[in-house]
Design a protein around this ligand. Structure first.
Ligand code: AMP
Length: 592
């Protein structure tokens, strides 16, 4: 693929029919249309035709690239005409959260065709899953330990499986699922497709690929070789969970006070929702739709130029060809699925030597995508703290100071003397001045949304060949020097298993599975190792998190030394009789 083609693919400027050209069934196309997906992401474009052709595939891609749909859509194509109600596709994922997320994606894409998908993960009562599997199912998404469990019980028949997907394979290995994965691979002896996605490609993944895949197509959406320039643009990112994004966007815009901002969303549905939300929050936002004719587009653009609108919300497709020189800010409401489209988007500002600002809102799990972009542009994206309520107040007061300072130089001040005269004797000049400032400040529209936006700090810099690092849990030795311990006020009595802890901490804090551990679970509480530099962040992120239906307090754990009674109890009782749903290896070891 030449460079121009690659760029075109990434930003979708080639008019190739979008999803329809990939050969998907009409009911899947209709589902994607309804979800507002306008065109495939690069990984979908590259992967789907091969999977539809029955090939094995080895893909290097991170979360946020659209990889779920890349395997889910071809898997759904296998459902119609399958024999009976036995599963035709099995997807293995590292965590309960991902199992639910992936199975929701299957549900959204496949509901018109009546596809049935069941997630199976440790931590949920097995009989509920047994019932669901028994009712008939087309696709199973599960964590390896629980999948093995079901295979052993005969509740998950494998004889109709035509596609096996290993999603986030490196994370699964990091969590000690290697043996379980191999047993599952061995348990499907007949011919089937094996699809493997991983953010990194350590040697162990390659060796699994060698042994269990036949002539796999190799796809890598992390390309670092395309020349690109982000020009004279100040680039920054904020790490915020999805639910806080509208508040965070508002806060950032209030501080940045853009002359005009173009906000990019992934889907048309998101464009409409965000436009509505921002209008409800008092911003003048307009949606730009791909389907608008030129006159309508011009009207919207004029409203941006003359300041009637401050925000233009659009998808990549809708913003094609858009050229507004009053734009000062580009906002990526999500990290774009391809680094090339980031470059293309932010090229809308900073033109002709003017300064531009590019703001990206990333979810904790999407930080890796930011690194891909930095590698492509060879420019840093600074991770900033979302301004707090106090920061915003301070910025607004400074604005008021500036306005009043300007007003001090006005030559018609005397005209207002009668007001001051009338108030004479009622209050001292200081009180009068403060009252006037207050009036002005409020009249200038300085309101503050008081929502607390949780603070996520940047993930520590990590080398890309992260597998070189020796893993605490792999080595089975002492925790590394940089490990701090969290106390989580839930233990075995609350049904807590290691995966519950790893899954919830990874999801809430953005740490990867491999950064979490060692883990020890006692009757009433658990202790989890996390990187020292991240401990406060994790405590904050875990504040209101419910694990297995319960909210346990999370704080820094202070150990009483190696022979504390708790630790001995752990060593004696912990996993003696019961296997903690499959992820037995690393956790079963007495890691410290
Ligand atoms: P994933 O990398 O699979 O976790 O997907 C990241 C996000 O992108 C999810 O919220 C998907 O719903 C969304 N998404 C996936 N494919 C597309 C597409 N072609 N157009 C717009 N959004 C998409």
């Amino acid at each position: 693929m030449d460079e121009q083609q690659e760029h075109d693919d990434a930003v979708g400027t080639t008019d190739d029919g979008g999803f329809a050209a990939l050969g998907l069934r009409p009911d899947l196309l209709a589902a994607l249309e309804a979800l507002g997906y306008e065109e495939p992401t690069p990984i979908q474009r590259e992967t789907i035709p091969h999977l539809l052709a029955g090939k094995d595939l080895l893909g290097q891609a991170a979360t946020g690239t659209g990889k779920t749909a890349a395997f889910a859509l071809p898997a759904l194509e296998l459902v119609p005409g399958s024999r009976g109600d036995k599963p035709v596709a099995l997807v293995l994922v590292p965590t309960r959260e991902l199992a639910m997320q992936v199975s929701e994606a299957f549900f959204r894409y496949g509901k018109d065709m009546g596809a049935k998908c069941v997630p199976v993960y440790g931590g949920q009562p097995i009989y509920r899953q047994l019932q669901a599997l028994d009712r008939g199912v087309n696709i199973v998404v599960g964590t390896p330990g629980r999948v093995i469990d079901h295979i052993g019980r005969g509740s998950l028949p494998l004889d109709a499986i035509r596609m096996l997907v290993l999603d986030e394979a490196d994370e699964m290995l990091d969590m000690g699922f290697a043996d379980d994965i191999e047993s599952i691979l061995e348990a499907i002896p007949h011919a089937h497709q094996t699809v493997l996605f991983s953010a990194t490609m350590p040697p162990r993944i390659n060796s699994i690929a060698k042994r269990y895949q036949t002539d796999p197509v190799k796809i890598n959406v992390v390309r670092g070789d395309t020349k690109a320039s982000a020009g004279k643009v100040r680039q920054m990112a904020y790490v915020v969970p999805r639910s806080h994004k509208p508040a965070a966007l508002g806060r950032v815009l209030d501080i940045e006070a853009p002359g005009g901002a173009l906000v990019f969303c992934r889907t048309r549905t998101e464009v409409d929702q965000l436009t509505e939300t921002m209008n409800a929050r008092g911003y003048r936002a307009e949606a730009l739709h791909g389907g608008m004719d030129q006159a309508q587009r011009d009207r919207v653009m004029n409203r941006l130029r003359d300041g009637t609108a401050e925000l233009l919300v659009a998808t990549d497709v809708a913003a094609r060809g858009l050229d507004v020189d009053t734009l000062t800010h580009v906002v990526n409401y999500d990290v774009p699925s391809a680094p090339e489209s980031y470059v293309h988007r932010i090229g809308r500002v900073g033109r002709a030597g003017r300064e531009g600002v590019a703001i990206t809102l990333a979810e904790p799990r999407e930080q890796r995508l930011l690194q891909n972009i930095e590698r492509l542009t060879k420019q840093p994206i600074k991770i900033e703290k979302v301004p707090s309520v106090a920061d915003l107040r301070a910025a607004q007061l400074e604005q008021t100071v500036n306005s009043i300072r300007e007003s001090l130089g006005a030559d018609d001040l005397e005209e207002y003397y009668p007001v001051l005269h009338a108030l004479r004797g009622e209050a001292d000049p200081r009180t009068i001045a403060l009252a006037v400032v207050r009036l002005y400040h409020e009249a200038a529209g300085n309101t503050v949304d008081e929502t607390e936006i949780p603070e996520y700090t940047a993930r520590p810099e990590r080398k890309f060949d992260r597998n070189d690092e020796k893993r605490v849990r792999d080595s089975g030795g002492a925790p590394s020097a940089g490990t701090a311990f969290l106390y989580v006020g839930l233990g075995r009595k609350a049904g807590i298993r290691p995966n519950d802890l790893v899954g919830s901490i990874a999801n809430e804090s953005g740490l990867t599975g491999r950064e979490i551990g060692p883990i020890r679970i006692t009757e009433t509480y658990s202790v989890v190792g996390v990187p020292e530099g991240r401990v406060e962040h994790v405590i904050h992120a875990m504040k209101d998190v419910i694990i297995r239906g319960k909210n346990g307090s999370v704080r820094r754990y202070v150990d009483n030394g190696p022979q504390s009674g708790e630790k001995r109890a752990y060593e004696k009782k912990s996993y003696g009789d019961k296997k903690p749903y499959g992820d037995k290896k690393p956790y079963g070891k007495k890691t410290y």
